[in-house]
Design a protein around this ligand. Sequence first.
Ligand code: FAD
Length: 502
Amino acid sequence: MTETSMDQPIRRVVIAGGGTAGWMAAAAISRILGKHVQVTLVESEEIGTVGVGEATIPSLATFHRLLDIDERQFMAAAQGTIKLGISFEGWKTGQDRYIHSFGSTGKDHWSAGFQHFWLKGRERGLAGPYEDYCIELKAALADRFAHVNGQPLNYAYHLDAGLYAGFLRAFSQAHGGRRVEGRITEVLTDPDSGFITALRLERGEVIEGDLFIDCTGFRALLIGQTLGVGFEDWSHWLLNDRAIAMQTTAVRDAVPYTRAIAGKAGWQWRIPLQHRVGNGIVYSSAHLDDEQAKAEFLASVEGEVIKEPFPVRFRPGRRLRCWEKNCVAIGLSGSFIEPLESTTIHLIQRGIVNLLRSFPQVIRQVAIDEYNAQLDSELTHVRDFVVLHYHATERRDTPYWDYVANMPLPGTLQHRIDLFRETGTVFHVPGELFAENSWIQVMLGQGIVPRQRHPAPDLMGDAELGHFLGAIQRHVDEVTARLPAHMDYLRRYCPAAPPVRP
Ligand code: FAD
């Protein structure tokens, strides 16, 4: 058995687990560093993957560009559709709807964000709804999409997670990545350094490595069970701990947005793909029992069942350190902030890109500390954004909504809410995932109305302000009207093969 220590050059990367996280890591490392390191991925078909995780955010396109993945090929392979945002239904009062879209809203002025001009326009009866000033949002509502030259839309994808993993597997193997099938029964460590030296498989094979990536999902076999890195629980802010997922046939053309429909003690998702729809309910087991959740869910799902409902249990929170010794946890083994806002695949990507950027010749603690600090700050930001959706609500119809509306918040989130409510201002810290427009759309959508605004719009008279707002609104309407229907466009751009039904 070889010994592994701080001074061991990194030549062999071993990835434990072949879900979305494992195959994204294998694809990226073999594509970027395949000539320098040998990549081996171990997965167990018998254990399988978590089987959910099909809505993404725009950063995935950047990841694909980094890897030179062709968008048409990927979308056709993963039955992909376009996602321009998320439709939040029933989150403020139970009867309302707003869209958190990608892209930007209106036009900022150097002195103040667009929302201040819109707030003044509203005071004077010169402004339409905030959503009228965003092309991606209006295109989502109109069910339209195309790649537009000059002013491209900001978009993400809906994808079939199993097909996506298969696509990345072929990509990784084409770049020299090796796949080993088998159940890991033991993780071997060096008695002096505590570093991981190898994985032992059920049939006896031993896979040695220098750097190990834990992509074993909620099991966290390496980072948690072997290295004993603790987990910070966030369930006092994020109550949901269970989900039931189910796949159905599509009863209409796919819309270019995810639906997030609030319920009595959680919410349901609808993710439309080219060949089917992914559905799920996410709920708090302390507020809704499994049978009630299943009944509420099945009563509202459309289409014929393709894959029977299957349960998923989870615990929101993060690993205290995602990189420990020579092991990096990526995916569900590292953190999970519940599926609202579809951030996990993005966080997987951040973990991979940060690792590639700081890829060590030999491991140094200072690099580990920097990696962990960067990821921590990204996770905290995403957590705050997700918690916002629950807390900023007028709903008090069940004990669940009553609790989330009154719970004490993380200080970082309380500050953002107070700042917007008192001044209409938001801020973006470089590196944070959600920019100003996202915070504003969600805060307004959830019913937080600023008490003040910036004085800059007062420099405009009513006529000038009306002209400014009207011109943006007309431009948004004109661009939207020129776009084709979303699925008409995809049938030409990236038609997927017809589904194979068992
Ligand atoms: P898994 O998919 O669980 O993969 C773990 C891998 O490890 C598997 O290959 C398994 O076989 C292997 N493994 C485990 N133990 C062993 C062993 N002993 N030996 C060998 N192999 C082993 N994310 C989004 O970005 N968008 C979404 O819309 C979204 N929705 C979600 C909805 C729900 C209800 C949940 C729970 C999560 C959702 N996520 C979403 C998160 C998403 O599912 C994950 O980001 C993604 O699937 C990655 O999972 P993973 O690869 O870390 O783990």
